[in-house]
Design a protein around this ligand. Structure first.
Ligand code: NAD
Ligand code: DAU
Length: 350
């Protein structure tokens, strides 16, 4: 193998797409997937590539400093693509400390281990930190987040991600650690845990349960197909300039209520139901605390400098996503059994 690359959080939603892309595309790179397998991590997501010669799974916790240091000693990584995180805003509101531990301490442990393992020789080394547009805070009706927008995180989740971004940059400026960062908008696609809006609504429509819309439903997000995010990560990992940040987004803003209408109509078609059936499940519920009104990414830099752009329209990507969830009934059943029921009851007073 030419290189050994560590991908953290590879059993999660985005991570599993990144691992699959790298394992299939770069057969001369040994991919080590480090994941704690929290509620959000699922090896089922990777069963199609599990036996590939260039793939190894390691179960472990990035918060465990000596474990992380030993792993770097064992594998002598050439690069790191860091996705492991606690990722759900609602969970960060009920349990902020877990987000501080994983997203901040976990990131520092990886930075320190990389620095120690790489010594003074950073040639051909790279630490890629995957972050979110939520670090920029919230927008009014107009404007876009650029790479120059000042950080203004407003939830425990986004504050922990912002903090990790600052630490990654600090390691670049202080130690010249070869880092690159990207900040992406909302992802959707296959294998997303049904705590997030789109898979939660797909699952509830299947079950004939209410679709909980926070507040007035006019909160706006910019949606990107997860496979396009994985393509962007591939591009940035190999071609991004060290020390720089790249915003990734779909130029695809939707108010939540409009998105859920579109999803309901797609589900009616796929399930062979009369038009309008699923929309009847929409229920407005108590708003999320501190709910950010609007996110929207200016992706001009990555498009102009690295030549990346989204490959599918939202309608195509969403149809593909709905069809995946309907075809993968067992996957959905497995992840919504057990602890998910308790989470759902607590979050939605169900
Ligand atoms: P996810 O919650 O689906 O997956 C996170 C993965 O990290 C899981 O497999 C989990 O087991 C693992 N993990 C959690 N804590 C760990 C620990 N202490 N040690 C090792 N592994 C641990 O998250 P996702 O939606 O795939 O997001 C991945 C990354 O991308 C995160 O850093 C997130 O902030 C970022 N991001 C997500 C989105 C989005 O829309 N989902 C958008 C932009 C950026
Ligand atoms: O912007 C990138 C971020 O997108 C990522 O960094 C996060 O990891 C990811 O979880 C996502 O955060 P959001 O909070 O935007 O995603 P979520 O799917 O939780 O919510 C999308 C919108 O839908 C948001 O305005 C809240 C609303 N919502 C969500 C849920 C779960 C509802 O109205 N009802 C719900 O039940």
């Amino acid at each position: 193998m030419k290189q050994t690359v560590l991908i953290t959080g590879g059993a999660g939603f985005i991570g599993s797409h990144v691992v699959r892309l790298f394992v299939e595309k770069y057969q001369d790179i040994h991919i080590i997937n480090l994941d704690k397998l929290t509620y959000a991590g699922n090896l089922e997501n990777l069963k199609d590539i599990d036996n590939c010669a260039n793939y190894t799974f390691v179960k472990g916790d990035i918060v465990d400093r000596s474990f992380v240091e030993n792993l770097f000693e064992q594998y002598q990584f050439d690069g790191v693509i860091h996705l492991a995180a606690e990722s759900h805003v609602d969970r960060s509101i009920s349990n902020p400390l877990e987000f501080v531990e994983t997203n901040i301490i976990g990131t520092v442990n990886l930075l320190n281990a990389a620095k120690k393992s790489w010594g003074d020789d950073f040639s051909n080394k790279r630490f890629y930190h995957v972050s979110t547009d939520e670090v920029y805070g919230t927008l009014g009706a107009t404007g876009l987040f650029t790479e120059e927008t000042a950080y203004d995180p407003r939830s425990p989740y986004s504050a922990s991600k912002a903090s990790s971004d600052h630490l990654v940059r600090a390691y670049f400026h202080t130690y010249q650690l070869p880092v690159v960062i990207s900040n992406c908008s909302n992802n959707y696609g296959s294998h997303q845990f049904p705590e997030k809006l789109i898979p939660l609504c797909i699952n509830n429509i299947k079950e004939g349960k209410p679709l909980p819309i926070y507040g007035d439903g006019k909160y706006t997000r910019d949606w990107l197909w997860v496979n396009d995010h994985a393509r962007a990560i591939d591009t940035i990992y190999f071609n991004g300039v060290l020390g720089q940040t790249y915003n990734i987004g779909g130029h695809n803003e939707w108010k939540n209520i409009d998105l859920v209408h579109l999803l309901c109509d797609l589900m009616d078609i796929e399930l062979g139901k009369t038009e309008g059936t699923s929309r009847q499940l929409i229920t407005f519920v108590t708003d999320r605390q501190g709910h950010d009104r609007r996110y929207a990414i200016d992706a001009a830099k990555i498009e102009a400098v690295l030549g990346w752009k989204p490959s599918v329209t939202f309608q195509e990507g969403l149809k593909n996503t709905v069809q995946w969830y309907l075809a993968n009934h067992e996957w959905l059943k497995n992840v919504t059994s057990g602890n998910y029921q308790k989470y759902y009851q607590d979050q939605y007073n169900d």
